[in-house]
Design a protein around this ligand. Structure first.
Ligand code: GLC
Length: 478
């Protein structure tokens, strides 16, 4: 039986605190076994990291491997002196961001931006509709900002296009989509260069814009942060997807050896969401296996599917379905239809559950009622809370294996790893858990603010980063 709503309750100081109520044996044993299922002890993280380093090396080899390690054609660290006005767009999961970035040339920048909501069916629309939607948004932006844009005859506004999907790049203004990730599945784009697709849509509307650079969000994050903070060595996204970029020495990239490049460094968009597609080291649970097999691209993005934004709520839902079918939770529920709806719970579900500060978990009660239409008893809420903590903690701990592997690969002892994305910025305790996991891997045993490899909040990658890369691209083409 569900309990009546309680009006008052005391504050719970922290999460991860043992509950003050006596739990029934079935709830208690479910909590224990789920904790064990999602556990990632230091030795597992170290084993994952070691395998990760080998996979990064394979990705750079001529033969290649699971992790694509895509050269991003940004061949120098920014100096901070890059200057000028650039347009930048970012096709995200739920909106299209359009910016005008004014680079100050003194490690500073200003941004004017608009956000356009993406049509609901965008993930499965047709290619032409996607690009004409983007062009229309840009047209509106240019019209609204014409008083501050340089629209003199013949001048084309340079645009950096942040397109955060794995694209093979032969040059900075080129990118053939290898495969869609993060639930996108638009026909007619995979295997094609997306730059002319966008440029054609812009030309169709006679917009004075030239796409000068195609950028992954990780590379943008890396460059934007390096522009303002020279200690930056990695750009990371913990959002709907999970990925990292870093600068590699060109003489350490065998697959570029035949190009006789003169530059010393090359930004690499690792696309390490694809790490361990062979399932050698990641501790997959049956829930991860279901998520993978029911996704539009089974067998791909193994690492990403276990840990990040798009999938966290779904893992929780699948576990709760099992718990319900085992008779542990929602026993008297009349209508469990929503519980059986795939992807009904986005990342805000575990996040809100973990954020509940109240002793009686009244926010958990609200969230479950609101999103699943189900009532909960106090001990069911304890179980759901503990499950959210396990899933959230696993996500943070596994995701830093990418950082540790990049640091080991480049032999970096001290640096800043610039991170961005909804999960990094908004998920409760992600930052603390991630830092603790990094400490577990390297064995520093130091407080978070003294970690030699520090995960820091990134600068605006898809705005400033795209603009700086566009500036570097224009400088190099002169
Ligand atoms: C996915 C994409 C990758 C992107 C990441 C974060 O992994 O494949 O390109 O960087 O999500 O947005």
């Amino acid at each position: 039986m569900a309990e009546p709503d309680q009006i008052e309750s005391t504050r719970r100081i922290q999460t991860n605190q043992p509950s003050s109520i006596v739990l029934s044996p079935s709830i208690e044993s479910s909590i224990k076994s789920l904790k064990a299922l999602f556990l990632t002890p230091p030795e597992i993280l170290r084993a994952i990291t070691d395998h990760f380093v080998n996979e990064l090396l394979k990705g750079l080899s001529v033969k290649g491997g699971n992790i694509p390690m895509i050269p991003g054609w940004v061949t120098e660290y920014p100096t901070g002196k890059e200057k000028g006005d650039y347009l930048a767009i970012d096709l995200g999961g739920t909106n299209l961001r359009v910016c005008l970035v004014k680079l100050g040339g003194d490690r500073t920048f200003d941004t004017i931006q608009s956000k356009f909501g993406l049509p609901l069916d965008i993930r499965t629309t047709e290619a032409s509709k996607l690009f004409s939607f983007i062009a229309n948004c840009l047209s509106q932006f240019v019209e609204e900002n014409k008083h501050i844009l340089d629209l003199k005859d013949g001048h084309k506004l340079p645009l950096g296009f942040t397109f955060s999907y794995p694209c093979s790049q032969k040059a900075i203004n080129h990118g053939v989509l290898q495969r869609w990730t993060k639930g996108y599945d638009i026909k007619g784009v995979e295997g094609h260069d997306v730059v002319p697709m966008l440029q054609d849509a812009l030309n169709e509307l006679e917009l004075p814009i030239e796409v000068v650079a195609l950028i992954n969000d990780t590379t943008g994050t890396l460059v934007a942060s390096a522009y303002t903070d020279p200690k930056t060595e990695m750009g990371l996204i913990f959002g709907t997807g999970c990925n990292g970029a870093y600068f590699e020495r060109v003489d350490q990239i065998p697959k570029l050896a035949d190009q006789n490049l003169k530059c010393e460094y090359m930004a690499i968009n690792c696309e390490y969401g694809a790490f361990d597609n062979e399932h050698k080291v990641l501790p997959r649970t049956k829930y991860d296996i279901i998520i993978d097999s029911e996704s539009p691209r089974p067998g791909q993005q193994a690492f990403e599917k276990m840990i990040l934004g798009y999938y966290l709520g779904e893992v929780m839902r699948l576990v709760m379905v099992d718990l319900h079918e085992e008779g542990v939770i929602f026993k008297d529920a009349k209508d469990t239809k929503k519980l059986y709806e795939p992807y009904i719970l986005d990342t805000s579900f575990p996040a809100r559950i973990e954020e509940d500060p109240f002793e009686n978990l009244s926010d958990v009660q609200e969230v479950v009622r609101e999103l699943l239409g189900l009532e909960t008893t106090r001990e069911e809420r304890e179980l759901i809370r503990s499950l959210a903590e396990s899933v959230g903690e696993r996500s943070a701990r596994l995701s830093v294996c990418g950082i540790a592997a990049l640091a080991k690969k480049r032999n970096l002892k001290e640096c800043h790893a610039a991170a961005d994305g909804l999960v990094y910025n908004k998920y409760p305790q992600f930052k603390e858990r991630a830092a603790k996991a990094l400490d577990d891997i390297f064995g520093w045993n130091l407080p978070m603010d003294q970690h030699p490899i520090k995960i820091v909040a990134a600068e605006d990658g898809s705005g400033a980063g795209a603009a700086i890369i566009a500036a570097l691209a224009q400088h190099n083409s002169k």
